[in-house]
Design a protein around this ligand. Structure first.
Ligand code: S3P
Length: 166
């Protein structure tokens, strides 16, 4: 059974996909993203799944996508921002090189607040983001081996910081 060399967790918009792709390039390995896996399997956007079937159904699909990726991928894996809400997923992450990318709320709004492709931030992004972080921060911290702040850093600089931290 293979396991990812790095798993990136953290809030939406923090740069998990961009940094994950750069990391995979630097490490000479492949990149995989649980959101992209869900979209490919469902043939629908994440926003459409939320609207059509609701968040609970999305979380079920996400749990299975993460389980499959954790068991079958030996490169860099980025998880959707809410994947750590699931207790089974958190258990599956135990012992893996999990990196928590952080950012402050101002940075979050700058990067993703107006991006309606992220349904959880589409309305009142600043307040929503703060509420999400209050509910999730401890889960990210629990599963993370290292924490890497990304505020004011380029994706290349974050990638360096992750490589140094691992
Ligand atoms: C979500 C984050 C998104 C996506 C979905 C829900 C969340 O992934 O899975 O919109 O609950 O934080 P990204 O973190 O890749 O944007």
């Amino acid at each position: 059974m293979s396991a990812p060399v790095v798993v990136l967790v953290g809030p939406m918009g923090v740069g998990k996909t961009t940094v994950g792709e750069l990391l995979a390039e630097r490490l000479g390995t492949r990149f995989r993203d649980s959101d992209a896996d869900i979209v490919a399997a469902q043939g629908r956007t994440i926003a459409d799944i939320f609207v059509d079937e609701g968040e609970d159904r999305f979380r079920e699909l996400e749990r299975e996508a993460v389980r499959t990726a954790l068991a079958g991928h030996d490169g860099v894996l980025a998880l959707g921002g809410g994947a750590v809400l699931d207790a089974t997923t958190r258990e599956l992450l135990a012992g893996l090189p999990v990196v928590y990318l952080t950012m402050e709320v101002g940075e979050a709004i700058k990067r993703s607040g107006l991006n309606t492709a992220r349904p959880l931030l589409a309305v009142n992004p600043r307040q929503q983001w703060k509420l999400l972080m209050e509910a999730r921060r401890h889960h990210y911290t629990d599963v993370a081996r290292v924490v890497v702040p990304t505020d004011d850093l380029t994706a290349e600089e974050v990638t360096e910081a992750v490589l140094e931290a691992l």
